[in-house]
Design a protein around this ligand. Structure first.
Ligand SMILES: Cc1ncc(COP(=O)(O)O)c(C=O)c1O
Length: 390
């Protein structure tokens, strides 16, 4: 089945002819006999016993996402960070070394450096990640994990997924990729040799800005092991209602993502030629510096992009942001609505100007999530806000 058909039908079970399945909003499941519950415990990965483990509504979403990504199994989590922390903890032990891209999603970076490093003596090497040699040089005898995010949601730089996965495999190192930006429609890291594909389902997979969730997808043995340990024992379970909302979201997923792509192309090209814009960071642009790699490992591009205003005058930068009418100011991305966020809002609180610059981001950097509104209306909104500044 092609993705469009798969997401409309696959894995859904509809009792009594219901066109949409009901929510299994229950904490436990009952059994006819001692032997039946005994058998369920012997096959707990395929049984419904208690919703901190498996739940039928959650499972329907997991099956759809695994099929879409070309993975054997998926495990949903109540947030993308839940999926990231479970994946990392599964792959490492105290004293191990991790190689990660330096523009990793901020809280994932904090989890490694401010939590695991002091608590478990984890060693971490951050690399820019554009060249495979950076990973090769960073690997140590105790490296157990390589953590990628391609494209990164901060500066939109790519890593060569197949090459890094092959390198890691040759040394027995596990690989995780945050594939949230490209989505499981446009980039298939598991087919490129990655062990764990992670998504924040709070972005395009949810798509309506009403669900926070995450997922890990990979080989059955690895996912089962995470399901039984980090998922069940840490105990942050996926809520059946949120899973049911994701089922709703997945039915329109391909249509939405393709429209985000079409709108983003128009907006990126508009910004790219505007005299008050210094640069646009968007892998779908013709002059994107890693264009060849982008087309080699992705079949499409979504709606999150960065751009830099020419002005470095903070009052003008604030005026630009505040005078947008359709782009609402907010974190996150991937929903139906267009959003704007200035990375400086967070970075100025947490980092020194030098650290800020080392990340390759400046005061005038903006990040926009291009939504599903009419692209021409979005351009007009950006245009009027740009007209208002020097
Ligand atoms: C690239 C990326 N990865 C992971 C996450 C974390 O996902 P969640 O917010 O669902 O925990 C986010 C959230 O903004 C993100 O942007």
């Amino acid at each position: 089945m092609q993705p469009e058909t798969l997401l409309a039908h696959d894995a859904e079970r509809h009792p009594n002819g219901a066109v949409v399945p009901p929510i299994f909003q229950n904490s436990l499941f009952t059994f006819e006999s001692w032997d039946d519950i005994d058998h369920a415990f012997d096959h707990r990965l395929d049984s419904f016993i208690y919703t901190r483990g498996k739940n039928p509504t959650v499972k329907m979403v997991e099956e759809k996402l695994a099929a879409l990504a070309g993975g054997e199994k998926a495990q949903l989590f109540p947030s993308g960070m839940g999926a990231i922390s479970a994946a990392v903890m599964h792959c490492i032990k105290a004293g191990d070394h991790v190689v990660a891209v330096k523009n990793l999603y901020g809280p994932a970076n904090n989890f490694l450096t401010a939590y695991l490093k002091p608590k478990f003596n984890l060693e971490i090497t951050f690399v820019e990640g554009k060249a495979v040699a950076e990973f090769e040089n960073a690997i140590q005898s105790n490296t157990s994990l390589i953590f990628l995010e391609s494209p990164s949601s901060a500066v939109f730089s790519l890593q060569n997924i197949s090459a890094v996965a092959a390198l890691a495999k040759s040394k027995g190192i596990k690989t995780i990729i945050d594939n949230t930006w490209a989505t499981p429609l446009f980039q298939k890291p598991l087919a490129m040799g990655i062990d764990l594909e992670m998504h924040s389902c709070s972005k395009y997979i949810g798509g309506h800005s009403d669900v926070v969730a995450g997922v890990l997808i990979g080989k059955a043995e690895l996912i089962d092991s995470i399901s039984l340990r980090e998922y069940e024992w840490i105990g942050a379970k996926m809520a059946p209602f949120e899973a049911w909302l994701l089922l709703r979201s997945l039915r329109t997923f391909t249509v939405r993502v393709k429209q985000h792509q079409a709108n983003a192309k128009v907006v990126a090209e508009f910004l790219d030629q505007h005299p008050k814009i210094e640069l646009v960071r968007y892998p779908g642009l013709d002059h994107f510096d890693q264009k060849e790699l982008a087309h080699q490992q992705m079949t499409g591009f979504t709606g999150l992009m960065g751009f830099q205003l020419k002005t470095t005058d903070l009052p003008s930068i604030k005026k630009f942001v505040n005078s947008l009418e359709l782009f609402q100011i907010g974190v996150s991305w991937g929903g139906h609505e267009s959003l704007i966020y200035a990375p400086a809002i967070s970075y100025l609180k947490e980092l020194s100007p030098d650290q800020f610059e080392a990340l390759g981001i400046s005061l005038g950097d903006m990040r926009i999530s291009v939504g599903l509104e009419n692209a021409q209306d979005l351009i007009e909104d950006l245009n009027q806000a740009l007209d208002g500044i020097v």
